[in-house]
Design a protein around this ligand. Structure first.
Ligand code: ZN
Length: 126
């Protein structure tokens, strides 16, 4: 599906947007592009990518089963980037919960670059 729009809402095709990052974490050029790729990965249930894009300092507290539950039990609808700086991204992710009610996950996330690779460290609910 070459013309599939990227789930992150960039209006670019998936193959030109988040897919290269899903294939190689080094393709993320900024904290925002990694954030977008993580959102897209949630919509696609790419658990390994979500796990691997955690910074090593916080990855050890993650487990793939929890990530998978969070990714697949919610129906992800839309990503809205509120504000992005070099190391932080504030975003709102709209999703349907198990009761099919719209919920918004509003988070300010921290990112860090290690040897030219961007990683997600953690986030605070806003
Ligand atoms: Zn994208």
């Amino acid at each position: 599906m070459h013309n599939e729009l990227c789930p992150c809402g960039s209006q670019h095709s998936y193959s030109d947007c988040c897919e290269p990052i899903h294939k190689d974490l080094r393709s993320a050029q900024s904290a925002e592009s990694l954030m977008r790729a993580r959102y897209s990965a949630f919509t696609k249930g790419l658990v390994d990518f979500l796990y691997d894009s955690f910074h090593p300092s916080t990855r050890r507290f993650q487990n793939k089963r929890d990530i998978q539950l969070w990714a697949t039990q919610s129906k992800w609808m839309q990503l809205e980037i509120v504000k992005a700086s070099q190391h932080t991204v504030e975003f709102r992710a709209h999703y349907l919960n198990n009761d099919l009610e719209v919920e918004v996950h509003h988070e300010k996330s921290n990112f860090k670059q290690v040897q030219d690779i961007w990683y997600y460290i953690d986030g605070k609910l806003v």
